[in-house]
Design a protein around this ligand. Sequence first.
Ligand code: SF4
Length: 489
Amino acid sequence: MPEDDAIRCDACPVLCYIKPGRTGACDRYANDNGNLIRIDPHVVLDRAVSRGDSVVPFLDRDREWDGSIVTGPDSFVTAIGAGTTYPDYKPAPFIISSEVQGVDMVTVVTEGIFSYCGLKLKIDTDRHLGPETNLVRAQGEPVGHVTTSEYGSQMLSLGGVRHLTGGSRNEGNVTCDTLLKLCNRESVTLTIDDGATVIVQAGRPPVVDGVLEERMRVGCGSATIGMFAKQWFGKVDEVVVVDDHITGVLSEHQAGKLLGIPPTGIKLKGRRSTPGRYFKVAEPGTAWGGTNIEDPLSILQEFNPKIAWPKLRMLMVSTTGEHHAYFELDDALKPLECDLPGSLSESVARIRENCEPAMCTVLFMGGAGGSLRAGVTENPVRLTRSVRDTLTRVTCGGAPVYVWPGGGITFMVDVTRMPEHAFGYVPTPALVAPIEFTLKLKDYAALGGYMDHVRPLDSIMQGESRKHVSARTENPWPLSARPLRRDEP
Ligand code: SF4
């Protein structure tokens, strides 16, 4: 039984009884002398007009900027710290009207509780992190899996309703904790079954098996040949760019052919795809070009004695330039390692120079197509249609989101474009993420919105203290009367 002076929080299904001076299970709500309060400050974005930043021209980038800076309110009330209503048929905590370019707008603001959510994690590295579909673990618990390799990056899919709710209690809690830390830009250690241990943090380089990854590859082995063939012409007879996916061979590649580079009699292991492009020359790993080889010669077979010649010069290099070795054939046509000539060290340095810095990208992905919509309108499907028809703009803490086509409101957002510490959790377990819906007031009325709960922006700005944060200049200003184009976030 609750103590007499405890109050009940009804902001999520946990329904905590909270004693005076104490917080609820999620540390987001507290009992302050008998009043239920949201502990974290409510974040308001301020558009830094005085800085002369790019907000206005970027906002209306499909028309000429008319020189007028002020196109609407310079404050945007985010959902960060706004609180949640539960059950969802109650109106969202803030439904705020404002006038933008002479048009009456409304923004519906709530901290959504997402049981259906996860992360797409892009880790810029050539190194093999683990076989596709293998489990990714945090604190020993399965929290996701390895998905596809993309160009110079390894993708992981973390979270999702199955890990949050479908396993043991500990699996759900660790999954929630891992997602929360990554969304709030903290570092997390992940281990992959039969693979690597990697430390990841949004906007930072990954650390793979204790090694800080500095750069992502310039391209696959074939692309590297295409980019640098001209720079090698005349300085070396053969170049092999070692890559786990597509290893390139200069003399056989179309780039070499066009330059008139003669055949060298080289033979590679693996499977020849097209001229100068080989698949599976080795097993995946964390050594040369994301393979498991430490000795590059291990991917070569004997040179063809009818074509090769003594003193033939050969450069072997990885797709980041991190590994390289130079060889000359002896009289028996065996490669002997020699010092890298100065004329070639320049081209190896050029490969490194063309690599971008490696980093981890964290995209939060959530499904807002469920009951959360009922806090916006009494007829939830109309909100879905309005988002699909681009009449309603969805933002997360004021940051732009990508809404997936098809049913529901399934969106993704880059957590580094959001204000810091925008995410929370509840112990159901589920993640709490800010979400705002902005649309014309007349459209809001048409979709069955809670018109009697609409209050003007000014009434929010006065009274309770709020934390003001400068809007990020790379984000479009979230308050716009202009309908979205289909191809923009
Ligand atoms: S977990 Fe947090 S939001 Fe849920 S009832 Fe408890 S204090 Fe309220």
